[in-house]
Design a protein around this ligand. Structure first.
Ligand SMILES: [Zn+2]
Ligand SMILES: [Zn+2]
Length: 255
């Protein structure tokens, strides 16, 4: 299984693209602005899009993707999300005001995209790869994902979240974890804001990482633009028993 980072920033601005990860060539986790880095041919190969939650930085390029490759789509692209996430898309994005309802185009019986409700805790199997939805603690209903390859290697992506137990418990329930893509949006100077917005800051992440029994490679993601270096320094200082790296666009992992 191949994992390619298309975007991993908490915002935009010169080289910063928002969350989107490509698994092999047919599965996408989140559809932020990083998705726009794919060629039309690469976009046309995407069959399954798993969303962590409804926030704009994670869905903003989904409407544009479907429109850009409309003519090339022979089978509907399946959009997976928990009910609240898909409700948000239906009511606020694909509502004929912001964007056409592509789940009815070109024909309601043969659309270019269709919604698939999935519940936190469930596991989706797609040609040998397993995607487990793990509930986390964000300001809207959100899941992280644990993704296991055919060979049994696994990575996890936290989604947007602040301190919680569910994510760590779900990861600990498995035998191993090879790679962890971990959100940390705020520096310690914005600890109060991180609690209100339900994101991690450097210190709350350091506190929670103790709960993880595995020793995966850890990459930080979703930092606020301009705060990357500060957050990275704080996390390195606070988490000395693990190796922490900075996630970057176009990194490719083989699992
Ligand atoms: Zn969010
Ligand atoms: Zn976000």
């Amino acid at each position: 299984m191949r994992l390619r980072v298309l975007g991993c920033s908490g915002g935009v601005g010169q080289g910063r693209l928002t969350t989107s990860f490509l698994i092999d060539d047919d599965i996408l986790i989140d559809a932020g602005s990083g998705l726009g880095e794919l060629s039309l041919d690469e976009m046309a190969k995407i069959r399954h899009i798993f969303l962590t939650h409804s926030h704009l930085d994670h869905i903003s390029f989904l409407p544009l993707l479907v429109d850009s490759i409309f003519e090339r789509i022979k089978e509907p692209i399946i959009i997976y999300g928990q009910p609240a996430t898909l409700k948000g898309l239906r009511e606020h994005i694909f509502n004929w005001t912001i964007w056409p309802d592509f789940s009815e185009l070109p024909h309601p019986q043969q659309p270019v995209m269709r919604y698939e409700e999935v519940l936190p805790g469930s596991v989706c199997r797609i040609e040998g790869r397993q995607l487990e939805l793990i509930p986390v603690n964000h300001i809207v209903p959100t899941v992280g994902y644990r993704v296991e390859s055919v060979s049994g290697k696994a990575f996890a992506f936290s989604g947007d979240t602040t301190s919680n137990s569910s994510f760590w418990q779900a990861l600990n329930a498995h035998k191993g974890l090879d790679l962890l893509l971990m959100e940390v949006a705020f520096s310690n100077s914005e600890e109060e804001l991180s609690r209100i917005a339900r994101h991690y800051c450097s210190s709350s992440l350091a506190t929670d990482l103790v709960k993880l029994k595995h020793s995966p490679e850890i990459y930080l993601t979703h930092q606020k633009p301009g705060e990357e270096q500060t957050i990275f320094r704080e996390c390195k200082a606070a988490i000395q028993d693990r190796e922490i790296k900075q996630l970057k666009n176009n990194l490719i992992f083989q699992l």
